[in-house]
Ligand binder design. Structure first.
Ligand code: ADE
Length: 252
């Protein structure tokens, strides 16, 4: 998968994503992540990319043209590379462009899984008070928020999304995530986990986990997931597929 991040702060984004699991996936060539500096597409001698909003109001807006030129350069590069790698000259499909905005649809694990199927993704990070609406109308395919709060820019949301999407790309994690239970699968939160020692601060590991009895361990984990979801995220339970017994457990 090739990820392109349009930003005014490439070093902020790459510093984080070159680290740990995403960093290793980049080194192994499973992922390619590039941060493209929108300022490189400034068209005036001061290299500025922002201006006052028409009609007044606080702050500055990112102008349409540098954002558009930056986008166009990424799309041209994608098309050149796909032409070179395909004898049949791949169809010139437009890549998805995700604009990080508190006005977008809230990002979920389901969206991460869906986006992980794409070959190319472009993330657009705004800064200041936002971006001229006309370029957004022209290039953005998805408006995405990471939650109901306002950040100073789209860089942290883009890093959050790239992290969540990347780990769903086959080969990025050591284990196969689709075979593992994790939070949000079946609309349940993950069960508690324990490692050595068996007793820590006088707290004992639940005996069932030491029993070696796989069916009982599975049953206990499922019950813990139901209990934990009922306590912390009751909203999720409405969409979970629970047996009558589990519904009673959730209410208890
Ligand atoms: N930009 C500023 N705040 C944001 C948020 N909550 N989600 C996505 N992008 C943002």
């Amino acid at each position: 998968m090739n990820i392109h991040i349009m930003t005014l702060f490439p070093e902020m984004v790459m510093g984080g994503l070159n680290t740990s699991i995403t960093g290793r996936a980049i080194s192994k060539g499973i992922l390619s992540i590039e941060a493209v500096n929108i300022r490189d597409y400034a068209f005036n001698k001061h290299n500025s990319v922002d201006d006052y909003p028409y009609g007044g109001g606080a702050g500055m807006l990112m102008q349409a043209e540098p954002v558009y030129q930056c986008y166009q350069a990424i799309v041209d590069k994608i098309h050149t590379q796909s032409d070179a790698s395909s004898e049949l000259c791949a169809e010139k499909r437009k890549p998805r462009v995700l604009y990080m905005s508190p006005q977008g649809k809230t990002f979920t694990q389901g969206m991460a899984e869906e986006l992980a199927q794409e070959e190319e993704l472009i993330f657009l990070c705004g800064h200041y008070e936002g971006i001229d609406e006309r370029v957004l109308d022209e290039i953005v395919t998805d408006y995405v928020s990471i939650g109901d709060y306002v950040l100073t820019g789209g860089e942290l949301p883009a890093m959050v999304m790239v992290d969540a999407v990347s780990r769903m790309v086959p080969g990025v994690l050591h284990n196969d995530v689709s075979a593992e239970f994790e939070s949000f699968q079946d609309n349940l939160l993950e069960y508690p986990q324990y490692s050595r020692p068996e007793i820590w601060h006088e707290k004992q590991v639940p005996p069932v986990l030491l029993s070696g009895h796989h069916a009982n361990i599975e049953k206990w984990r499922r019950e813990q997931s139901v209990i934990r979801t009922a306590k912390n995220r009751p909203d999720l339970l409405e969409k979970a597929n629970l047996t009558e017994e589990e519904k009673k457990l959730a209410k208890s």
